[in-house]
Design a protein around this ligand. Structure first.
Ligand code: NAG
Ligand code: NAG
Ligand code: NAG
Ligand code: NAG
Ligand code: NAG
Ligand code: NAG
Length: 814
């Protein structure tokens, strides 16, 4: 909640509007609105009036348009949230007036001519109406005598802003579709090309020019949109959301926990949805979707290269041989016309002199046309393109010959390590520098259509829900040190994490999954950044982690701060754990610091609580599948946090027949893993039991000394099971503790551990029961010696048992 304090402090420094004393929230017959006067909602949060965007900072633009609109009353930087007459602006020199017309409708009149510029066109049943600007920013035209008789409301006709409390979606009875529509440019409030809407089937979409779908939210699964698991996980968040789909309507809406926070959720001119928070003196962008502007379809227009790399400078640039079509529109952020050719192609005249030029390292446009006939070699492909006047480029690669006709859109600059095909851009000969390069394959292109995976991270409908700390490509550090806690999941750019980790220089650890690096979000906030290796495996782990850690929060589970999913890169960002993992403390040889018994006991309980929460506390049952000391991290106060959900399995409550593929780490695996039976959350109980033994002994269960020459009689769990019966448990405790232990607790831990590693999962306790045993809330019977272990001590050399105990040494992931 620190964030809210920051916001509140920010608000205090704002100037109160000068005319607030006289402001009213109502327009009534005979009491109109003109000039600079305005309505202010009763809570002073929203204002309505005539406005004109400032065009002074633009080189080409003058601005003759005046609109009726709504904005945040206390935000001094004019930010229109809604405009009435985007398609019919009041043009200079007319001066407008807002009034109630004789038929009861709310209208904008030209004061001089009394002509109607805009009207609510509602079917009013009375001319006794008033228009009220409500506390949520909704402008409502209603009966003056009966406030529940509403004829028209601005929430039904949203422009580019998703107001808290407004619905986006369909009224299935009246056929009203409330959707977000971007604005034409930074000063013109006419509708633009991007729309954010919930379709009648209930799926949210971000769409370009009514035709191209940029992103989809997937279906609602009761908790979140299926493509956006990160919607959950904001247990402490400043926003809440609601989704309704029934016979009458389907909609999505969000709300502010704290009414005083000023949060803007808007679909930008360039197609990017953004959530911003007003802090102090400016908007701070907290979330963008798509994360990269270049992933917003056609954001730069035709014949451009979108470059969102590390180099400074504009994101949108014309291709070689092209110039900006309309500098005025371009400057105002409306780049739909993109760039046009400087020199017309020679095509059609006697001898074709057109050449090809390839901009470096870009991703191909999507709408390629395959040329089956011309695939024998690259020269054929090039000739095929030259032979058709509408052909603007080609590429020749593993997929054969592809050509493009007409406009080339969505060409994106790739990361330097991106590989793929080559695109050749057709230009008039004089535009191509130096020698013709027709046959040189010096430029690399990425072929994959990105965005697809990044896009899985949902669309516009979740705008109000997630908060990210990114601002103009730089990590946002102003308040993050304090405010970051509990605000939800962040989407990072790769370059940001590169900077945060000083180019991945400080390695904390590694494994088959990849490596973990230390980083800093600000001077005070340290991060652990996990970079997943291996395209496929990495992707799987990444999904597993985000969809399990992403939807859960518990003091004993490591907190996922955010992730990066850009191109091939898959990175997960966690809070940094200064005391590393449990194994470092338990198995450290020759160390002078010993993990005290009371800490060990607290760690045992903490891990049990974390697992209990995973198994039963969140709505879906999550099996971690890889509990071991390496995956138990310790914070500054040695509070344990279960980490590494790369193996985790999310099971629906009803899902009983579980998983049979091999997971986990040898040495901590329950017998049912090895026998190939279906597993349940009891496999975690088994692994947890194994860890308990190690907490007591300070050595690995699989340690060589327990299993000399195939004799397992000294195997620690077996010793424990036996000593429990003979009552000599003290002799088993880690010698480096020098007897400074609570023997009652040791016995309890040993009993629980023995119950946890019972052969049959039905004999093992649940993690909830384990917590109760360890807390001393309930008592435990003496556990039987597990049969499997009994067999081992009898000297059995069953390979099954052998592999289970991992006598080869330290545990390995399988
Ligand atoms: C406006 O707010 C004041 C308190 O700030 C309250 O007393 C009053 O009833 C409100 N008026 C309406 C119409 O809600
Ligand atoms: C409303 O309509 C009645 C008759 O239909 C008319 O007399 C009255 O002047 C109208 N009121 C306004 C405010 O236009
Ligand atoms: C008013 O009623 C007419 C006919 O009943 C209908 O076509 C029109 O859409 C309605 N207008 C509004 C704003 O509801
Ligand atoms: C006010 O309008 C609502 C809805 O139109 C209606 O149900 C209610 O009876 C009206 N109340 C009065 C006092 O007329
Ligand atoms: C949007 O689509 C319409 C019709 O489908 C088309 O005429 C128009 O050129 C498109 N706009 C752009 C910028 O491509
Ligand atoms: C050029 O390509 C377009 C698109 O495939 C095709 O419609 C047209 O007929 C071609 N023109 C010639 C001269 O081959």
């Amino acid at each position: 909640m620190l964030l809210l304090q920051v916001i509140l402090l920010g608000l205090l420094s704002l100037h109160a509007p000068s005319n607030s004393a006289t402001a009213t929230d109502t327009v009534s017959p005979g009491n109109g609105l003109a000039g600079s006067s305005r309505l202010v909602s009763n809570n002073s949060k929203f204002a309505l009036g005539f406005f004109r965007m400032d065009s002074k900072s633009f080189n080409y633009a003058t601005n003759p348009y005046t609109y009726l609109g709504i904005w945040f009353n206390k935000v001094p930087k004019l930010t229109p949230l809604w405009s009435a007459n985007g398609e019919s602006p009041v043009m200079d020199p007319a001066s407008p007036e807002l009034a109630i017309a004789g038929d009861g409708n709310l209208v904008i009149l030209d004061q001089a001519t009394r002509s109607v510029i805009w009207s609510t066109h509602a079917n009013t049943t009375t001319n006794d109406t008033v228009a009220v600007l409500q506390n949520n920013g909704n402008l409502v035209l209603r009966s003056s005598s009966n406030s529940s008789t509403v004829f028209w409301q601005s929430f039904d006709y949203p422009t580019d802003t998703f107001f808290a409390g407004a619905k986006i979606g369909w009224d299935k009875v009246t056929g009203l579709n409330r959707r977000l529509v971007s604005r034409k440019n930074l000063i013109d409030q006419a509708p633009g090309l991007y729309t954010g809407e919930i379709q009648k089937n209930g799926v949210g979409h971000l769409v370009w020019n009514s035709t191209v779908e940029i992103e989809s939210t997937g279906l609602w699964n009761g908790q979140y949109f299926s493509s956006a698991p990160e919607m959950i996980g904001n247990t402490v968040s400043i926003t809440t959301f609601e989704y309704v789909n029934n016979d009458k309507e389907v909609y999505f809406t969000w709300n502010l926990q704290d009414e005083t926070a000023i949060v803007l959720s808007q679909l930008g001119v360039d197609g990017q949805g953004m959530v911003s928070l007003w802090i102090d003196k400016d908007w701070v962008v907290m979330y963008k979707q798509p994360v990269l502007q270049c992933d917003a379809y056609a954001t730069c227009g035709p014949f451009t290269v979108c470059d969102e790399g590390e180099n400074e400078g504009p994101i949108c640039n014309c291709m070689k041989g092209f110039s900006v079509s309309s500098p005025r529109d371009w400057e105002l952020g409306d780049r739909r016309d993109g760039c046009t050719r400087n020199t017309p192609l020679h095509c059609g005249r006697s001898r074709n002199t057109d050449k090809f030029y390839a901009p470096q390292n870009v991703m191909l446009p999507q709408d390629a046309m395959k040329m089956q006939a011309a695939t024998s070699d690259e020269d054929d492909c090039s000739r095929a393109c030259l032979g058709n006047c509408s052909c603007t480029g080609y590429s020749y690669g593993e997929g054969g010959c592809s050509v493009w006709h007409g406009k080339l859109t969505n060409v994106k600059k790739q990361q330097p390590d991106g590989n793929g095909e080559t695109l050749y851009l057709r230009l008039a000969a004089k535009e191509v520098p130096g020698v013709p390069r027709k046959n040189s394959r010096i430029f690399r292109f990425g072929a994959a259509i990105i965005g697809a995976s990044a896009a899985a991270v949902a669309a516009l409908m979740i705008l109000g829900l997630m908060m990210t700390w990114r601002r103009k490509g730089k990590l946002f550090t102003r308040t993050v040190g304090d405010a970051q806690v509990g605000i939800g999941i962040t989407t990072f750019r790769y370059v940001d994490l590169q900077h945060a980790t000083k180019n991945f220089s400080e390695k904390l650890g590694g494994g088959s999954f990849g490596s973990v690096f230390k980083g800093y979000l600000s001077d005070s906030l340290a991060l652990a950044v996990k970079r997943l290796d291996g395209a496929n495996q990495g992707e799987k782990q990444f999904r597993a982690e985000v969809s399990s850690v992403g939807i859960i929060q518990h003091i004993n589970l490591v907190k996922l701060i955010g992730f990066c999913c850009q191109g091939d890169q898959r990175l997960l960002v966690y809070e940094y754990m200064p005391n590393h993992s449990l194994d470092a403390h338990l198995f450290k040889v020759g160390s002078d610091t010993v993990l005290e018994w009371n800490l060990r006991y607290q760690i045992a309980i903490g891990v049990a609580r974390g697992l209990a929460y995973l198994h039963t506390g969140c709505r879906d049952c999550i099996i971690h599948c890889d509990i071991k000391p390496e995956n138990i991290l310790l914070d500054a106060s040695f509070v344990p946090k279960i980490a590494d959900f790369g193996m985790a399995k999310v099971l629906g409550r009803e899902f009983s027949d579980a998983i049979t593929t091999m997971r986990g780490t040898i040495g901590y695996l329950a017998p049912e893993w090895i026998s190939g039976e279906a597993v349940t959350s009891k496999v975690d109980v088994y692994s947890y039991g194994s860890v308990l033994f190690e907490i007591v002994s300070g050595r690995r269960n699989s340690s060589q000394e327990y299993s000399k020459d195939g004799d397992y009689s000294a195997f620690f769990p077996v010793q424990v099971a036996r000593k429990l019966l003979s009552g000599d448990i003290g002799s088993l405790v880690d010698a480096s503790l020098h007897g400074n232990v609570n023997l009652e607790e040791v016995e309890r831990v040993c009993k629980v551990a023995c119950w946890c590693i019972q052969d049959s999962e039905f004999d093992r306790p649940t993690m909830t029961e384990v917590v109760q045993f360890l807390e001393g809330v309930s008592e435990l019977h003496m556990p039987p010696v597990p049969r499997l272990l009994d067999a081992i001590t009898g000297g059995a050399t069953n390979t099954k048992i052998y592999s289970m105990l991992s006598v080869e040494g330290s545990p390995t992931s399988v």
